[in-house]
Design a protein around this ligand. Structure first.
Ligand SMILES: Cc1cc2nc3c(=O)[nH]c(=O)nc-3n(C[C@H](O)[C@H](O)[C@H](O)COP(=O)(O)O)c2cc1C
Length: 414
């Protein structure tokens, strides 16, 4: 049988071949691996080896051999492309355009990596952001851009975080285990100097993300589905025990097709319910799925710390507005009252600068981070953050921004 280390999501073991690196003779079964054995990539014990399919093993083995200084982001994207065959083409531009592998009406079948319905909201996110152009202004004394900022009392290296993601089984070909996926997202973000988020999927226990965050001392944010208040408060208690950095609820998850299909109830939440969730914990609270100034004001009134502008990457409501269309009016209304996060077709450091200029404090990345987390776990996620930061630096230099506060609507045109 063949195994993948679910901690690093990189090391693979084949019982037939054994492993010369860790002195396991050919034919050594999982049961016979000594308890003192440690994964040669991440050091974790054999409990972290999980059985994988032969096709996934073949791709992962190739990726494992490619480790060691020569692998770049494109390499991990190519591994991700193989592992996501049929659900995501890992195209050079992830834009939700017609003709992409992920896009199009699925007539009730799982939407994979695409958008709900005809995928028009996913596409609107891309179009709305790209409609804004950055204005180049280069005659100014040089200043190295200051990109770091503080959120929840933690310093992060750049105004970019990993969006809450989940659902390897339903959306990502069941390519790796859900916990291994979460580890890649969380550890990769941390290794870079940011914070990762994990989502909630009905095919895994709803406390899995919180527990995986707990493994690394709480460095991460669980984004909980809007289940019953009673269940949410239980999960919040567990999240407190795991010392998570903050707790999020994706209010737009009330429209999750996966939860609906699995008979697990998710609900719209009233203002008093938001208030109850904020009041029940000392942890910072994020409400995600805000697309209008009216809802944004309600988030502010609830006492939450963050208003997260998002339409779930167009995965819940088709025919909706792009985030970059909605964000400026929301920022005008609530800027300075709470911190603002926003996601939706953010792919590069140039996109991050646009989102900040439109009024967010932090931009978050979904699909393209999922692609590399599947392809190369922590290592690849860390690389992706570095790639984004490098382009953000360049974009700030070329638009005359010395600090993130300089990134205002004046650096944009349409
Ligand atoms: C495969 C997939 C799974 C997702 N799972 C969740 C989830 O469990 N919880 C959540 O709040 N958002 C989830 N999202 C939405 C993201 O957090 C984010 O809002 C969206 O991906 C941003 O758009 P982008 O993918 O175009 O960057 C998911 C998105 C994708 C593509």
């Amino acid at each position: 049988m063949k195994y993948l280390c679910t901690y690093c999501s990189v090391y693979v073991y084949d019982e037939d071949s054994g492993d010369s690196v860790t002195n396991l003779k050919p034919g050594t079964s999982w049961d016979d691996i000594p308890d003192t054995w440690g994964c040669p990539v991440c050091g974790m014990p054999k409990e972290y080896l999980q059985q994988i399919r032969d096709d996934v093993f073949a791709i992962k083995m190739e990726a494992y051999k490619g480790q060691g200084g020569t692998s770049d982001l494109n390499y991990y994207r190519s591994v991700g492309r193989k592992m996501l065959t049929g659900v995501c083409g890992v195209f050079p531009v992830c834009d939700g355009k017609p003709g992409r592998t992920c896009v199009g009406q699925k007539y009730g079948a799982p939407i994979g990596m695409g958008g709900a319905g005809q995928g028009k909201t996913f596409e609107a996110n891309y179009d709305a952001l790209q409609r804004y152009k950055l204005k180049m202004q280069v005659i100014k004394a040089h200043h190295e851009p200051e990109m770091s900022l503080s959120i929840f009392g933690k310093e992060i290296k750049a105004p970019v975080m990993g969006a809450s993601l989940s659902g390897v089984k339903s959306s990502m070909n069941d390519a790796i285990s859900e916990d291994a996926f979460y580890r890649g997202l969380l550890r990769g973000a941390r290794a870079f100097g940011s914070i990762g988020m994990v989502g909630n999927t009905p095919t895994s226990p709803d406390d899995l993300g919180i527990k995986v965050i707990g493994e690394s001392g709480g460095w991460g944010i669980p984004m909980l589905k809007p289940q019953s208040q009673e269940r949410l408060i239980q999960l919040i208690r567990l999240a407190e025990d795991m010392n998570v950095i903050a707790i999020g609820i994706d209010l737009e998850g009330a429209g999750s097709t996966f939860w609906a299909a699995s008979d697990k109830m998710v609900y719209r939440k009233s203002e008093s319910e938001l208030q109850e969730l904020v009041d029940c914990t000392e942890k910072p609270v994020i409400f995600k799925g805000i697309m209008t100034p009216e809802d944004a004001n309600k988030v502010v009134d609830s006492g939450a710390n963050v208003c997260y502008v998002s339409n779930h990457g167009g995965r819940v409501l088709d025919g909706g507005q792009g985030v970059a269309e909605a964000l400026p009016d929301i920022a005008k209304e609530i800027s300075g009252k709470v911190q603002i996060m926003a996601d939706g077709a953010v792919r590069t450091g140039f996109d991050v600068l646009k989102i900040i200029a439109l009024g967010a404090d932090i931009a978050l990345i979904g699909r393209t981070l999922a692609q590399v987390a599947i392809g190369g776990g922590e290592v690849a996620v860390n690389m992706y953050f570095k790639y984004v930061k490098e382009d953000l630096r360049r974009a700030m230099i070329l638009t005359g921004c010395d600090t993130l506060e300089d990134a205002a609507k004046s650096i944009l045109t349409r």
